[in-house]
Design a protein around this ligand. Structure first.
Ligand SMILES: [Zn+2]
Length: 243
């Protein structure tokens, strides 16, 4: 049996939904809320989302004691500086405050000609290392591919990680604009966490992310392979696993 969101009934419901309200944002029926279209080119705005914050510290490195929420804010500042005057840049948070994931989606949806890049650091078994990129929408595949390629080129080695992953998360499915979630490396890996603690390495990572964003804006999806198939999955909920 196909999953619920591939059933004819659900597709009909999805079409109806496309003319209504999703995640607090009103769409016209001509707009594809699912993002089933080629990736963006020539966009003007980059929304930079520093993951976690405030009461939500995210992961903490056992070897360096660094907290994910501090590192993501640091990366957000570096990425904004790297993007310079090429784009309008907006920070989802610029200090140590908690912002709910659904609130982040609502804020992102205030901008039309924009992409959303959510920054995180990962945690897992101690042998796993390297950056990972998560996307869901068809229009986010090219950007995600570029980001994973550029981050991997910066990271000295990858092992056992998941690389480029299509996963429905609140920040990869629910925004109405192309959106990606970056796990910039594993705080749980003894060597990678030491690298991440080095500000020069974080600067290199930020430069790699900026280069991928610039390439996407200049070329669209050209050279990033064929688009993935559409998937009609409903908005992601807090109860979904692996957020
Ligand atoms: Zn995180």
């Amino acid at each position: 049996m196909p999953p619920l969101w591939k059933s004819p009934l659900y597709l009909a419901f999805a079409a109806l939904l496309a003319s209504c309200t999703v995640s607090g944002t009103r769409y016209s029926s001509g707009r594809d809320v699912w993002g089933h279209r080629p990736g963006p080119k020539g966009f003007s705005t980059v929304i930079i989302d520093a993951g976690h914050g405030g009461k939500d510290a995210g992961a903490t490195s056992r070897s360096t004691g660094q907290r994910e929420k501090d590192l993501t804010l640091d990366m957000a500042m570096r990425l904004r500086a790297e993007l310079g005057g090429d784009f309008q840049t907006l920070l989802m948070r610029d200090d140590d405050t908690f912002v709910d994931l659904d609130e982040r989606v609502i804020r992102a949806n205030r901008y039309g000609d924009a992409i959303l890049v959510s920054l995180h650091f990962n945690s897992g078994p101690s042998h796993v290392r390297g950056p990972e990129t998560y996307y869901w929408r068809v229009d986010s595949h090219g950007l995600a591919s570029r980001l994973q390629r550029m981050m991997s080129a910066t990271s000295p080695a990858e092992s056992a990680n998941r690389g480029l992953v299509r996963r429905r998360l609140r920040l990869t499915r629910n925004p109405a604009i192309p959106c990606v979630l970056l796990e910039c490396g594993y705080l749980s890996h003894p060597v990678e966490s030491q690298l991440i603690a080095d500000s020069a390495y974080r600067q290199q990572l930020a430069a790699a992310i900026a280069a991928a964003i610039r390439a996407q804006s200049a070329m669209g999806d050209a050279g990033t392979g064929s688009l993935p198939p559409p998937i009609y999955a409903p908005p992601s909920r807090p109860t979904d696993t692996r957020e």
